[in-house]
Design a protein around this ligand. Sequence first.
Ligand SMILES: Cc1ncc(COP(=O)(O)O)c(C=O)c1O
Length: 373
Amino acid sequence: MIDLPQTLPPIGIGEEAALALLGGAAMDRRADLAAPDVLAHMDPPSAEVAARMAYLVAQANQNLLHPATSPFATQAEALVLGWIVPTYGMAWGQFCSGSTLANLTALWAAREAGARKVVASAEAHISVPKAARILGMDYHAVPVGEEGKLIRDALPDLADAALVLTAGTTGRGAIDELSPLPAKWLHVDAAWAGPLQFTKYRDRLAGIAAADSIAISAHKWFFQPKGAALALFRNVDAKALITFTSSYLARPNSGVEGTRSAAALPLLATLLAWGQAGLAERIERCMAIAEDLAQRLDADPRTEVKQAPESGVLNWRPVQADPAAVIAALEGTSSAFTIGEGLWVRQVAANPHAEVDAIWSRIDAALAMGTAP
Ligand SMILES: Cc1ncc(COP(=O)(O)O)c(C=O)c1O
């Protein structure tokens, strides 16, 4: 650890000294998300253009709550939403600081529209039961099938339900069948796999346009710095359900958050720089990495693959070695996921700079360590 005071210093060391001390540590001692052998969590490295734009955003420090004090940022937010929202067949959307908030915002609208309970698969993200608890709604978890998708035949009566389907589950990347069901409100948690809509894999999201609301994390496969997600809605009338006004506000405040940063600007800069083709290329590279690794793992007698990766999330385990030992040996490039009683290695192709050979060398070494006498 660097030498830092353990209590608030009465007199500061100066801005340059503080930056030299902390900036150095923050960069030198980070986990490098763009390293060629890293494939751990759902945390892509930031696009360079987004990181540089985010620095300007922090300097200008505009509050999107007040259009008069954020003139360009407000326009930029409307513009980038206008690029993204129709791609999903939605009518309007808003930025949130993460998909936990986007799910909560959408389910709040669902409750105001008359939904009384939340129904989701047993492998839905924890933010879904969390939102139900916050909103005082009952929560019903539906079992999943072999591939981690919600079993439709096991659904309860949905007449008073907000049904949450997941496009890219956290543990397995499974995409629930998205065709409509007779629920009071249909929400798609597309925090992870939502950006597939801009790629050659968009068929995997078929049916998403029938949702009443969609959550997408921009800090995942839109390669944005942390703190950026989108809540999208099919019907403009939903906005009134989650909007408050006050005499001090020139514009009503919609959604859970009040003060909102100009997170739209780094996203606008990224999409302007890359275009749809550049975004698709990076996501498709991630998908290809997961598919290639799945094939190698499937062909290797030392390992078994749980299911073909549907949205870049791999689950595999050693046939003979102890999975926990292999996961420990892969620290920094894998995580763990429990399916039933079994422990599986989880690797997420969030890093477009990863190289299959580099990842494979680490897997190979971990398997050798895990089977060592
Ligand atoms: C499927 C899914 N939904 C929601 C979330 C929550 O998103 P955030 O971490 O942006 O709040 C995650 C996070 O990994 C997720 O995987």
